[in-house]
Design a protein. Structure first.
Length: 246
């Protein structure tokens, strides 16, 4: 199967957007960490990139927070892109929604020549092979402005099976609470089967956050770290080194 191919399925996309995304544990805190780092970088955000944008939620937060900014939103799933166009319609020409596949360097063909003042990604890159992940990080580094951040809100691997089980239990609890709060009459077992142990889970190609941070350092990113971690959910990344001290 092609990497992440099931995400072209409209039913799966609807299941994720309606049943999962809003119930991810500490999702707001993860976004807040990313926004704080971008703000502290000292780089005016005029142009940013949202990779594997889904319905555009993460980039929409940047458009709201930086009223002078323009965002490029990239995904390869047409159902996700349709959802993004709908969410981002109120931003008009400030949001450019583009079809591109991150599984090869060809995705860069939809970009202009100007570098980006921030690049973000949310729960997308883990569908790529480890070799392709590392290559993508190098491509990201090349299109960042000096001093600008790349921040990845991502699903990473657990170091042990016990911790993987602990993550599955925590995710099930959070999604079950989300379903109950939204008036859905489901059991915890049904939530676990439908959302946590779902068939497309086999498409996840998880890498440890330590490994991915090491790749970023090797590629020349500065201030690399895991800035937030809750079991298999992590916010990590780094900045392109500034041409002069910030």
């Amino acid at each position: 199967m092609v990497e992440g191919e099931s995400w072209k399925d409209a039913e799966l996309v609807s299941t994720y957007l309606e049943g999962i995304r809003g119930g991810l544990p500490l999702a707001n805190e993860q976004v807040d960490v990313a926004l704080r780092l971008i703000a502290n970088a000292g780089v005016p955000v005029r142009r940013f990139l949202d990779l594997g944008c889904g319905d555009g939620f993460l980039g929409a937060v940047l458009l709201d927070g930086y009223p002078q900014s323009n965002g490029t939103f990239i995904d390869f799933s047409e159902p996700m892109l349709e959802a993004a166009r709908e969410r981002l319609a109120s931003f008009g020409s400030r949001a450019a929604v583009q079809h591109a596949d991150l599984s090869s360097a060809v995705w860069r063909e939809v970009l202009g020549e100007e570098p980006f003042d921030a690049i973000v990604s949310g729960f997308a890159i883990h569908h790529l092979t480890d070799e392709r992940k590392r290559a993508l990080y190098a491509e990201i580094h090349e299109v960042l402005s000096p001093g600008a951040f790349f921040l990845n809100i991502e699903h990473v691997s657990s170091p042990t099976p016990w911790l993987e089980h602990a993550f599955d239990e925590a995710l099930t609890d959070s999604l079950y609470e989300h379903q109950q709060a939204n008036g859905h009459s489901v059991t915890r077992e049904q939530v676990a089967e439908q959302y946590v142990h779902r068939p497309d889970k086999q498409e996840n190609i998880l890498a440890s956050v330590e490994t991915q941070c090491a790749w970023l350092r090797e590629l020349g990113f500065a201030d690399v770290d895991c800035y937030f971690k809750l079991l298999e959910f992590a916010v990590f990344g780094g900045r392109r080194a500034a041409s002069a001290p910030l």
